[in-house]
Design a protein around this ligand. Structure first.
Ligand SMILES: Cc1ncc(COP(=O)(O)O)c(C=O)c1O
Length: 375
């Protein structure tokens, strides 16, 4: 389906859409038109038109994510957004931050900085990949919240596992305990139907270059109104003193195309139909995962209801991080199949994605390649 409508190399079985996104040809063409427009008169677009243009994209993104445009700002990527929030909270020695063991390593690095510099205590909640219920997840996280907890960091869709967390329930439970929540939603926009108003997290950061398929790098951050006075970009530029949105609307010269092309990316998916596309992504990933697990004689981890367009298949044995990286490299160079090797709770997995440019043969190729390469 639609393979020629994407820029991914048809010779590669590309099963890592979640890693960095990938571009539909239609969106790439729209971005090229916007780039030509910018280059025709950079000052006109980046100075005279900028506020109107960015406000227009913000309105469109707010409608898509069912949020209030007044709460949204754009950041280059999820790493920058989550780091901005963590730094702004000015955590102090003895403060605690609760996370889960499905967190993204770069976000953990940022929390590690707070721990090393300021003596913040990090408390990681183990959530087994095969956890049975929303109550079990919320209960495990809540059990780690104390009167010293200053922040809960929860993924909406985890990177190492593809696990779809019940973020609305987590936010509600944390609020009852008086703890603000930062939702790392890097994978959520596009992959699942996001309702920012219903989630009502204190802070929520989602990439627009992964599953919305705008060019890299584009991300949106939602900050609840009660935090508007506190949250500011890490780098001050024009507008910094003028309030929450002006501080983020221009943070210095950057490539404006990824944000300006977001409406075209949304048009692309609106044309296909989001529900139908999501069903197809889930079906591709799930059928593919079942096939690979059968070839390897292992299992598909994570219950269906906690997944979307990414699935996890256990590898026959645990690999060191270096061996996992070497395996992924061999898959690409020797077998022309690209997938993410990951680990969780002492086991290693291959994480596969379903995107509309994928076909069943891609998953068959990965299964055969893994069977050939793994001892
Ligand atoms: C859960 C999660 N958080 C944060 C990030 C970081 O995103 P970026 O590299 O765009 O900053 C990723 C990237 O894959 C991710 O999966």
């Amino acid at each position: 389906m639609r393979r020629t409508e994407w820029l991914v190399d048809p010779a590669i079985a590309y099963l890592n859409h979640g890693g960095y996104g990938a571009l539909p040809r239609e969106v790439a063409d729209a971005a090229a038109r916007i780039r030509a427009e910018v280059e025709a008169n950079p000052t006109d677009v980046l100075a005279l038109q900028w506020q109107g243009r960015i406000d227009g994209v913000r309105e469109r993104v707010a409608a898509f994510l069912r949020g209030d445009p007044a709460d949204l700002v754009f950041v280059p990527n999820a790493t920058a957004g989550t780091a901005t929030v963590i730094a702004a909270l000015r955590l102090a020695a003895g403060d605690e931050v609760v996370t889960t063991d499905h967190g993204y390593p770069a976000v953990a690095s940022q929390l590690g900085v707070e721990s090393a510099r300021r003596g913040v205590r990090l408390v990681e909640t183990h959530v087994p990949v095969d956890v049975g219920s929303t109550e079990a997840i919320v209960g495990a996280v809540l059990a780690n919240i104390t009167d010293r907890t200053r922040l809960l960091v929860a993924d909406q869709i985890a990177s190492p596992t593809g696990f779809v967390f019940p973020v609305q329930e987590l936010v509600a439970a944390a609020r009852t305990a008086g703890v603000p929540v930062l939702v790392d939603a890097a994978h959520a926009p596009g992959q699942v139907d996001v309702d920012l108003t219903a989630i009502d997290a204190d802070f929520w950061v989602g990439n627009l270059h992964k599953w919305v398929c705008s060019p890299r790098a584009a991300a949106v951050m939602r900050v609840a109104p009660r935090w508007h006075d506190l949250i500011r970009p890490l780098v001050a530029s024009h507008g910094y003193a003028d309030g929450f949105q002006p501080a983020f609307d221009w943070t210095g010269t950057h490539d404006p195309i990824p944000i300006l092309a977001v409406p075209d990316a949304l048009d692309f998916w609106d044309g296909l139909g989001w529900d139908q596309a999501r069903r197809e992504q889930h079906r591709l990933a799930t059928d593919g995962a079942e096939h690979i697990a059968e070839v390897l004689g292992t299992r598909v981890a994570i219950r269906d209801e906690h997944t979307a367009a990414m699935r996890l298949v256990e590898l026959p044995r645990a690999l060191s991080m270096d061996d996992g990286i070497a395996l992924a490299a061999r898959l690409t160079t020797e077998h022309k199949v690209t997938a993410h090797i990951t680990d969780h709770g002492g086991a290693s997995y291959v994480r596969i994605c379903g995107q509309l440019y994928n076909v069943p043969e891609h998953y068959e190729r990965l299964g055969s390649a893994l069977a050939a390469v793994l001892p």
